[in-house]
Design a protein around this ligand. Structure first.
Ligand SMILES: Nc1ncnc2c1ncn2[C@@H]1O[C@H](COP(=O)(O)OP(=O)(O)OP(=O)(O)O)[C@@H](O)[C@H]1O
Length: 249
């Protein structure tokens, strides 16, 4: 099969797309002499659940961190809800990193207080409802929880900001397969219809039915992007099969 990015839209590479909630042009991020993102272009509209897929080291985490406004040092242009990266873009982005930034001795209740203090858009009732959905006790300390329980706690916090863009970096890698559907239900249940959720994941099979579109990356660039239903129809295969063919070639 071809890995040509046939579904990428033709556009003027210099212009960001005003209609897109997230618009990226020529984004390059380097760690010293290593180039993690290499002139990446991307447009993501509101109202989508987008899977960010690709091999280890292709740049998924770096892209999410950059969109979250954590790398000031980059080349290219990024717009989020029309804002350049900075305080205004950060205010509309809820980012769940692949490694926790919360103190592990903290009780979940204290984390709720932290989010309440730090994020004006934090909806505490929504977080408490999600914690309850996941059967987590707010009195527990993070370090007393299993990896999967910690992930559920972090998801509850990140998804309870009334953000426009949610960036989740491998949010359910530690959760057992049977519980993944319940977590995805919890996430999607809380999502406003006009927000955008981008989830970096290797769990293509588990997320396949939840995703509207995918962005497949390789070597710091977008290799293939498109609507999941369109891709399945075009290739006559499941998303997981398409993924295996693209990255197996
Ligand atoms: N802090 C860092 N210092 C130096 N190089 C880094 C750093 N973080 C990432 N890199 C490099 O940048 C590239 C992209 O890494 P990144 O973590 O974004 O990939 P990824 O697609 O998220 O990988 P994975 O699927 O393994 O999580 C890799 O070559 C990696 O070695």
């Amino acid at each position: 099969m071809t890995t040509t990015p046939t579904l990428r839209q033709e556009r003027d590479p210099a212009m960001t797309d005003d209609a897109a909630l997230v618009s990226v042009r020529g984004l390059t991020v380097r760690y010293g002499r290593r180039t993690a993102l290499d002139g990446l272009d991307l447009d993501l509209p509101a109202g989508q659940i987008v899977g960010l897929l690709g091999e280890n080291g292709c740049g998924k985490s770096t892209l999410l961190k950059t969109l979250a406004g954590l790398y000031a040092d980059h080349d290219g242009e990024v717009r989020i809800a029309g804002h350049r990266l900075g305080p205004q873009s950060k205010a509309v982005v809820s980012y769940l990193p692949d490694r926790s930034a919360l103190p592990e001795r903290a009780r979940v209740r204290y984390c709720l207080d932290l989010f309440d203090d730090f994020f004006p858009d934090f909806d505490r009732a929504r977080a408490e409802a999600l914690l309850s959905h996941f059967r987590l006790d707010p009195a527990m300390r993070l370090k007393e929880m299993s990896k999967g329980m910690q992930e559920k706690a972090h998801i509850s916090l990140a998804m309870s900001r009334r953000a426009q863009v949610y960036l989740l970096d491998e949010p359910i890698s530690g959760v057992d397969p049977a519980a993944r559907a319940s977590i995805l239900d919890g996430i999607l249940h809380m999502l406003d219809a006009d927000s955008l959720l981008v989830v970096a994941t290797h769990l293509v099979h588990d997320l396949e039915t939840s995703l509207d579109s995918v962005v497949m990356m390789r070597h710091g660039r977008v290799l293939l992007t498109g609507d999941v239903d369109d891709l399945r129809a075009e290739h006559g295969a499941s998303l997981e099969q398409i993924f295996r063919e693209v990255y197996g070639s």
